[in-house]
Design a protein around this ligand. Structure first.
Ligand code: NCD
Ligand code: ZN
Length: 353
């Protein structure tokens, strides 16, 4: 039985770092594990321009612990008013790595999202020309569509026409949750469609939302799905398929806002992200495929260099924090609630200093 695993330092291709006091508390967990992360722009107000992205990037860099090596890859929040020239400048000046599309009303702080694809066509044409990826929150916002069907309907009604109308646009279908999405991404032959998947969608099915009572800390969007979907996601993620990679969707909210009459969507998994993915790969007898998923596939898809630094996990049972305290007195519950995980990431901080 293997006792250690060493691999290239991974990247997180979908992360919510928030801002202000929350940013200071959550950032060190991601910076300890990942070399880079695609930072979601859904602040309030959202990061919609290259100028906003520079300012937010500077706040993230200022919040890094001393000695940390972490590169935030910034995104702009696509809205009906987005200026294609601003996106072009942002990409060419390496301020923006990608553009994020939230269908209006799909999730937390998405009220500024896109109301119709026709409105953003000029921006999508520019991105297609630049090779700049479009990141999709892939859920239909039609209120008549059942919440468990929203991803499949989005693929049919929005993603397929988008891929047809923009035949060279690079697209990431983020945080996929269904067998339909897994099959669609695996079957897309042109090589310009990829997916990310979260630890929670690999580990839990929708029963986890109702285990002995209502479980607000298991609630995120897209919502957990049935067991057959979880199994399909695990098969694809651990198969060696090259267009699927880590995207934790770590999305912290304070307890008061989750344990509420109308609780926020989002799971804070950053403190245990890599250890929980690694557990899944071991359970699927796919440890030899973990490095591709964690550290290679995403960088290749984005056209970025692979990280040269290595990290090591040791086979040693340890539990993550059950919750994290905020200076405001609030706290944030952590994914897996302090459960024991089989592998522990060794600290590389000493090697770097
Ligand atoms: C995210 C958040 O809280 O910002 N929540 C979530 O459940 N994933 C928004 C999002 O990415 O959908
Ligand atoms: Zn997200």
């Amino acid at each position: 039985m293997r006792q250690t695993i060493t691999l290239r330092r991974p990247d997180d291709w979908h992360l919510h770092l928030r801002d202000g006091a929350m940013l200071n508390v959550v950032l060190p967990y991601s910076a300890r594990q990942f070399a880079r992360a695609i930072v979601m722009p859904n602040l309030q107000p959202p990061v919609t321009t290259a100028g906003h992205a520079v300012a937010y990037r500077n706040r993230i860099l200022a919040a890094l612990p001393p000695g940390a090596q972490f590169e935030p890859l910034m995104t702009a929040y696509l809205c009906d008013a987005t200026e294609p020239s601003d996106i072009r400048r942002g990409y060419e000046e390496r301020i923006l790595a990608a553009v994020k599309l939230y269908p209006a009303g799909a999730t937390t702080h998405s009220e500024h999202g896109v109301t119709s694809m026709a409105r953003v066509a000029r921006t999508l044409e520019t991105m297609q020309e630049l090779g700049m990826p479009l990141l999709l929150h892939g859920e239909s916002t039609d209120p008549a569509v059942d919440i468990f069907d929203r991803e499949a309907v989005f693929i049919e009604k929005t993603l397929q026409p988008l891929l047809r109308d923009f035949p060279r646009l690079k697209v990431v279908l983020e945080h996929i949750t269904t067998e339909e999405a897994a099959d669609f991404v695996a079957g897309e032959r042109s090589g310009r469609l990829a997916a990310t998947v979260t630890p929670q969608h690999l580990i839990f099915n929708r029963n986890a939302l109702f285990m002995g009572g209502l479980r607000p800390h298991q609630y995120c969007l897209p919502v957990l799905k049935r067991e057959r979907h979880r199994l399909a996601l695990r098969r694809l993620a651990t198969s060696g398929f090259e267009r699927i990679f880590i995207g934790t969707d770590s999305a912290p909210h304070i307890r008061r806002l989750k344990e509420a009459a109308c609780g926020c969507a989002g799971v804070f998994n950053a403190p245990v992200a890599l250890e929980s993915y690694l557990m899944v790969f071991e359970e699927e007898s796919a440890l030899d495929r973990f490095e591709g998923f964690a550290s290679v596939n995403g960088a290749r898809f984005y056209g970025l260099p692979l990280n040269e630094e290595r990290i090591t996990f040791e086979r040693r049972e340890a539990s993550g924090p059950g919750e994290v305290q905020m200076p405001t007195g609030d706290s944030v519950k952590v994914f897996l609630d302090g459960a024991v995980l089989p592998w522990t990431l060794l600290d590389t901080a000493e090697d770097r200093s």
